[in-house]
Ligand binder design. Structure first.
Ligand code: ZN
Length: 374
């Protein structure tokens, strides 16, 4: 098969089915290796193409023969070839997971349509990146969410079989409906959640001194670490103060201070928190954010809906809350024993539920029909 033969679908079809099973797995590990780069660099705002892979510890540039998925990590026993600094097992796991998921997509969809199998590979790759970035940074990048929405609608346009349709208009309709329902449901849940949890208001003795430290709020009797408060970019600490002292100036009279991970507002003036070495206030009330989901989850679910349609979205919401509750109970039990105080963002639960739907939607649909008597 020459190079031009690569586009000959007859030649593709002549290959045995399990030749493609192996190919999808290998391709998955290679893509997983690239996803590792994305997971590391995208939240830091770095380019994902240059510079080429290097050890973050000693800057050693990794040659291609030491950049093979799975094999390299095993061969080097999880250590940099140059400085022997440990390489996180995440790199190996992401490669393996992506390989297995790609293989699964081929086995699940390959018999019906190679194009649908390929599209689902793109979806699972997106789910993997979103999960690992959210676990580490508590955000799902907008580029991934908006890119997913556009890609989902385009996929419906070019491959109507994604929704089991032969009619292009119908599949586009399904994709857009999934996108809208996804955004709508989660946005509603988020709003209701804000009503239920909202901000936690803490009344203080009038004139209580609060220092905005490097790692947390310092109150006279305790410290509140930022990492226990900020899970999302939109999370805001609000302090009603009667006096505030910024490093080089003072604010008198009633002032409202709002601090988010990337933004500090004192009344109507905005500052970059990184550029503010000192802030001390005298306050009577403090209000901390409390919410299970953020706006990132709304966009994430919309992107998933564009690929999976509204039934997939509804299932993902229900299943993610079940998975989340189970993990929540486990984490709470561990926390009681003082073993961890890890806060898990909501995105990974949505991703896990969406994966369940991708691979088991026929069984889930049968179960739902039998149970609800449709
Ligand atoms: Zn190194």
């Amino acid at each position: 098969m020459g190079f031009s033969g690569a586009f000959d679908t007859q030649a593709w079809a002549r290959m045995p089915f399990h030749f493609w099973t192996v190919t999808f797995f290998v391709l998955g590990t290679v893509v997983g290796s690239f996803l590792n780069v994305c997971i590391h660099r995208v939240p830091l705002g770095q380019s994902i193409v240059s510079p080429p892979s290097h050890c973050p510890h000693c800057q050693y540039s990794i040659p291609w023969f030491l950049n093979l998925p799975l094999a390299t990590w095993l061969y080097l026993q999880g250590k940099c070839a140059n400085c022997r600094a440990p390489i996180a097992i995440r790199y190996f796991l992401v490669e393996l997971l992506t390989g297995v998921l790609f293989l699964g997509c081929w086995l699940r969809f390959g018999h019906e349509s190679a194009a649908v199998a390929a599209i689902m590979c793109v979806v699972v790759a997106g789910l993997v990146v979103a999960t690992f970035i959210d676990l580490e940074h508590y955000i799902i990048p907008d580029g991934l969410n908006y890119g997913g929405m556009v890609a989902g609608v385009l996929a419906a346009f070019f491959v109507p079989r994604l929704f089991g349709e032969t009619n292009l208009a119908r599949s586009l309709q399904q994709s857009l409906l999934g996108l809208g329902v996804g955004a709508g449901i989660i946005y509603t849940v988020l709003r209701l959640g804000k009503l239920a949890f909202g901000q936690e208001k803490i009344a203080l003795e009038p004139g209580t001194r609060i220092i905005f430290g490097d790692t947390g709020l310092i109150l006279p009797d305790r410290e509140i670490p930022y990492e226990e408060v900020f899970y999302r970019e939109s999370d805001t600490i609000v302090v009603a103060a009667d006096r505030a002292e910024l490093f080089d100036r003072g604010f008198c009279g009633p002032v409202t201070i709002r601090l988010s991970p990337n933004r500090l507002r004192i009344d109507d003036e905005e500052f970059d928190p990184e550029q503010v070495p000192w802030l001390e206030v005298s306050a009577a009330q403090l209000s901390l954010p409390r919410e299970a989901m953020g706006l990132g989850d709304v966009k994430f679910m919309a992107a998933i809906g564009a690929f999976l349609g509204w039934p997939g979205v509804v299932f993902s919401l229900l299943a993610s809350s079940c998975i989340g509750s189970v993990f929540g109970v486990i984490l709470l039990a561990r926390q009681r024993q003082g073993r961890s105080s890890t806060v898990v963002p909501y995105g990974p639960y949505i991703a896990a539920a969406a994966l369940l739907w991708i691979f088991e939607s026929p069984a889930i649909t049968r179960f739902a029909h039998a149970w609800m008597g449709w």
